[in-house]
Write a new protein. Sequence first.
Length: 320
Amino acid sequence: MDIPDNDLLPFCGDGFTDANEQCDEGLNNGVAGSYCSDQCVNLGEQQHPAIADTGRTDDFEITTPIAGETVVTDLVTNLMWQQMTSNSSSLWQGAFDYCENLTYAGFNDWHLPTPHEISSLVDYGISHSALYEPISSSMGWDNGNLLSALVYLPTINDDYNLNTWFFQLYNSRVFPSWGGGLDDTAICVRRLAETYPLAVRYEEQAGSDSKIVVKDNRTNLYWTKEDFGPADFDTAQTICADLNYGDYDDWEAPSVVDLLSLIDYSHYDPASTFPGISSNVFWTNLTDSYHTNYQWYVDMMSGTLDYQPTENYFVRCVRR
């Protein structure tokens, strides 16, 4: 009987995306600017299940594994957050290196978070620095910016114009920043759950009306394959509320975190692998609580999250 050569067996880092991997960039796995982690996980894609966009205060647990080194664990996303920010702000490369080299609370597998991970900390029912109370009270974040681990895809091979994604604490927006990142705050995260590729992330099913409903097997949300519009914000909400599609009549406009869950920052134009999605701008269901004439949207070309006074955008309806 032939004995298999273990050197020939697939492994994370061989440069080939195998069945148990989401990505594999070989020696580039886990390096600054790579969308593939050293565990062959796609950092551009949301890895946690669906979460509420408000009211998650009880989902967080504060512990101190080592005296003076406290962490906050999100029991839904299985992410552990460093309590203290870095001693000083830094540009993106410095922030990335800070987290990769950090030993804190007895752990040395810290990383700079992705935009999806940072957004999971935000209570979108409140505006302006609306981090959940167990996070904001223990971490002491102010109205600055949090740097993320990801490079803006269109500039990944252009060192001079390098963009990096950052999260604006003042108003919870997600943007790319010119010049390799702002001189701002690094906060580090640990990923407690192993992540495996889904055999099929987006599963299509046809109703008796021949309309296609798409189930996201990551979040267990159901989406219309069609988008509707363009329409103003109020009309978009009505379109979904009144919709009978694919044998279901309980559709609604998506929340901020619902719509962000479709974003894959490792893709551009569109920034999603949702089947047949366009690069249009899409409404959420949220009016900003501070600027009450501003509504939240996601730009599917780039993955940018922002708000502005009502325009005519598209809407993709969701059900739970």
